[in-house]
Structures are given as C-alpha cells and as structure tokens.
Design a protein around this ligand. Structure first.
Ligand code: PEP
Ligand code: MN
Length: 292
C-alpha cells in the first residue's frame, strides 16, 4: 500500500490546470491507447468490459467473472460503492467487497474497473482495482477529478447525464491537467425528452470524439438504454461508430440483482451478444481484444 502522500494531494486548490488541446479545423486526432493491466484500450481493438452492476457476494462475482471471461470479455466490472438515486436503495457492499475483488482478480487474472464515489476512497481502492470509474453523477465533481489527476492509474470517465461533449472533455482535462494521462471516456446516455429508453445513447458523440480527441472512448449500452434487449444491437452500433469497447452489466438472475437488474443481460444473452459481435468486428476490419 502506498503512503497517502504518494497518491493524492489536495493542495491543488487554486491552481489552474492545462486544458486538452482543441483540434485544429479539419484535423482528425489519432487515439492514444491507455494500458489497463495487460489490456490496451484504444489501439484499434474492441474491448469488452463486463460484470455485475454491484458485487453482491464472492460467489456471485466469481461466477459472473468466469462466464464473461470465457465469452471473451477482457476487463471485469464490479461495483463496490454505488451511487443510487434513492437513499433507501442498495448502496454497494463497500469495504466488505474488497476481499471478493482480491480473490476474483487473482482467480481470473482480469483487470478490474470499479466506481469511486468519494475522494476519500482513493487510497483504499488504489491497490485494489485497475481502473477508477467516475460515474455520471460525479462528472462535475472537480475535487474528485483533481485527486484522480494526482495518481498514475487509468480513469474511466462517464459522461454526465446532462453534459455537453465540451463539458465532458473539460472534465477529462481536470484529470489530464494533474499529470495523469490515462483517461478513457465512456458514453452512457443522456437525458432527453424520450422516455422509452432510460437514457438516449449518443453514438454521434462517440464518432465525434474519435475524430476530435485523442482519448479512447467506450460505450455503456446498459445504462444508455436501460433495456436488455437493446444492449446487443447498441453494442454492434457502438463498434460501427468507432468505439474502443463497451461496458456491459451481466447478472445470472437479473430479476434478483440488488441494483440495475432491469437492464442486465443474463449469461445466455451475453453469449449471444458476443457471438453476434465477432462477425461484425471482422466486417469492420477490427478484432476483439483478448487477454495476452
Ligand atoms: C454503473 O456503472 O453502475 C453506474 C452507476 O453508471 P452511471 O454512473 O453511468 O449511472
Ligand atoms: Mn449499474
């Protein structure tokens, strides 16, 4: 475990940070890949990050990890701390999940992404996980973003549910400006007047980012649609739009999930999605990124 002084500093208050360079008219940026453990995100390959919305038990996390790994996911997701709309909803196992993360990471060898909900969690999560996820509700939490600029570990920055693309890129600037170059953007849908879907998945923003930013960008069709039957089609569309990967919520029994069960795919649906993805990637001249 690193000493706190090696990981974070809060004395950036008042300091200005350098902004990401805007594109020159007509320029198309090349994506600068981000390394996550033994996986490269943004090198042209398509990375599937999958797992439960929340870690519920060691057995649940282990079973899901094994299944998604076998089907071709390269990075495992699992929520430890959850930010829920209702205070009475399950808020994640918190520190109780730390041991589950250690064990399942050792058993599968997969890098793990999990959400940080508070700057005070940086130290504890630093040596536990491989990617810090910043959720939609925290995209504007500049104190948290500045703390994550002080560390040398990748950050998955979700788009705020009402954020303009420029606001999202500027939020990334708070991390990059602190000296942490490893930011992966994640489009997870925005609020519009449409109510059939939980959010409106903005795939045009993904294609825009591929041209106008050097940051890798992935898509979360689970939160982006809120509907399991749309996750497969939107995964294929994300690949065609140029996304560097997808983040998918998987649960063996979605009806019993402690969070976001209504938008999780089950094992069979995940296997079908992966089987449909492979030939689409081939047609696009791309490949699924598999662990080395
Ligand atoms: C999640 O990934 O489970 C999550 C809470 O995502 P978001 O911040 O996009 O709602
Ligand atoms: Mn979720």
């Amino acid at each position: 475990m690193k000493a706190k002084s090696d990981i974070t500093t809060s004395d950036t208050a008042g300091a200005t940070l350098e902004e990401p360079r805007p594109p020159i008219a007509g320029e198309k940026f090349e994506t600068r890949p981000v390394r996550v453990g033994n996986i490269s995100v943004g090198d042209g390959g398509f990375v599937v990050l999958a797992g439960p919305c929340s870690i519920e038990s060691e057995a649940q996390f282990g079973t899901i990890a094994e299944h998604v790994r076998q089907e071709g996911a390269a990075i495992l997701r699992g929520g430890v701390y959850k930010l829920r709309t209702k205070p009475s909803s399950f808020q994640g196992l918190g520190t109780e999940a730390f041991d589950h993360v250690r064990k399942i990471k050792a058993a599968t060898g997969m890098p793990i992404v999990s959400e940080i909900t508070d700057p005070r969690q940086v130290e504890a999560l630093h040596d536990l996980i491989d990617v810090f996820q910043v959720g939609t509700r925290n995209m504007y939490n500049y104190s948290l973003l500045k703390e994550l600029g002080m560390i040398r570990k990748p950050v998955l920055l979700k788009r705020g549910m009402s954020a303009l693309v420029d606001e999202w890129i500027n939020a990334a600037g708070y991390i990059l400006g602190g000296g942490n170059p490893d930011v992966i953007l994640c489009e997870r849908g925005i609020r519009t007047f449409e109510t059939k879907m939980r959010n409106t998945l903005d795939l045009a923003a993904v294609a825009w980012i591929k041209r106008n930013s050097e940051l890798p960008v992935i898509v979360d069709p689970s939160h982006g649609t809120g509907r399991p039957e749309l996750i497969g089609p939107m995964t294929l569309a994300a690949a065609a739009a140029g996304a560097d990967g997808v983040l998918i919520e998987v649960h063996p029994e979605p009806g019993r999930a402690l969070s976001d069960g209504e938008q999780a795919v089950d094992f069979g649906e995940f296997a079908t999605l992966m089987a449909r993805l492979r030939p689409v990637l081939t047609a696009l001249g791309r490949q699924l990124t598999v662990p080395a």
